[in-house]
Design a protein around this ligand. Structure first.
Ligand code: UDP
Ligand code: MG
Length: 313
């Protein structure tokens, strides 16, 4: 199979028929063998009924329905597990991404040797203040942290070599960092292509102001996980040791002072409390590192999402 098109969606019933007609048209024109995998992330409108209808009319259309809303990352993750095309395309369901970009993206993977090609919404049709400015900042930080030269990490339209999607795990809200995950898995050729972006036609955006908070926390955790997940002791152990030695040093100083001068008051000295706190913090950090080591050694493969139904998979 040439292409798998993975489309996570939440309450996008109105967009789906138009989107699948458009994709079918592009596939036909290019004579691609393909599958469309709609991942219904617990929609409460009739998205799943629409997917069933579309699938009955075209066997290339497949579906996965989650029991509840798990988030876009979970949707992509399950779509990736099911994808069998040589090249895997992801796109949003809301008609903001254009299927006309697919042939060129596929070509970049197969002919130019890219492992991942990310879309770049150079000209965006979103609200400027709440999306474009935070997104510039987000991309800048992610670029510096990951050393991957992309302008638009969070673009929903991306193309992957099949083996890339099989070797990464998209959990939490990590869909914003898939190129980073791919790089960690050892895929180095990551490119980008300017893609056409369109205004949302139906429905509304699913990510509100919480995207800032979540995006920021995920950025911290991905930076940390990237650096230390395989060796938590290098972080916690270091700081634990520093604090512990500090506490020990102050304690020794106090003890020696007491030995020299029996009337030396211990408990009314700031050093006493400093030593106490530093020793406790040091121990805590050390323990956290130790537990982290144990956990990272036994880390399970992947999250389990409850799938309610499957169609054609
Ligand atoms: N989406 C999803 N689960 C969620 C939130 C969003 O599958 O919990 C889908 C949504 O239906 C759309 C894509 O993710 O297909 C991108 O979402 P949206 O268009 O709301 O984001 P924006 O374009 O505003 O960043
Ligand atoms: Mg959108």
């Amino acid at each position: 199979m040439d292409l798998s098109i993975v489309i996570p969606l939440l309450d996008e019933a109105e967009s789906l028929p138009e989107l699948s007609v458009w994709i079918e048209k592009v596939m036909k024109e290019n004579r691609f063998s393909y599958e469309i995998i709609f991942v219904d992330d617990g929609s409460s409108d009739d998205s799943w009924e629409v997917i069933e209808k579309l699938s009955a009319a075209n066997p290339n259309i497949k579906g996965i329905r989650f029991q509840r809303n798990y988030g876009k990352s979970a949707g992509l993750n399950e779509g990736f597990r099911a994808a069998s095309g040589e090249v895997v395309i992801t796109m949003d369901a809301d008609l903001q991404d254009s299927p006309d970009e697919i042939p060129e993206l596929r070509k970049m993977i197969l002919e130019n040797g890219y492992d991942v090609v990310s879309g770049w919404k150079k000209k965006r049709y979103d609200n400027t203040i709440t999306k474009n400015i935070p997104s510039k900042f987000f991309n800048w930080v992610t670029r510096r942290m990951s050393k991957i030269k992309l302008h638009d990490f969070n673009c929903g339209l991306k193309a992957y070599r099949n083996k890339v999607v099989k070797s990464i795990e998209v959990y939490g809200e990590m869909h914003r960092y898939i190129p980073v995950l791919a790089k960690w898995s050892g895929f180095k050729k990551i490119g980008e292509k300017v893609v056409e972006h369109r205004a949302r036609k139906y429905g509304k955006s699913k990510f509100g102001w919480r995207r800032f908070v979540n995006g920021f926390l995920d950025l911290m955790s991905i930076t940390f996980v990237g650096k230390f997940s395989k060796r938590p002791m290098h972080f916690f152990g270091l700081w634990g040791t520093i604090f512990f030695l500090l506490g020990l040093g102050i304690s020794l100083f106090l003890i020696i002072s007491k030995i020299i001068d029996f009337n030396y008051g211990l408990t009314n000295k700031p050093g006493f409390y400093l030593a106490l706190t530093a020793l406790i913090i040091g121990m805590q950090l050390f323990l956290a590192g130790f537990l982290g080591e144990l956990i990272s050694r036994n880390a399970p493969g992947r999250n389990a999402y409850m799938i309610e139904k499957k169609l054609g998979i």
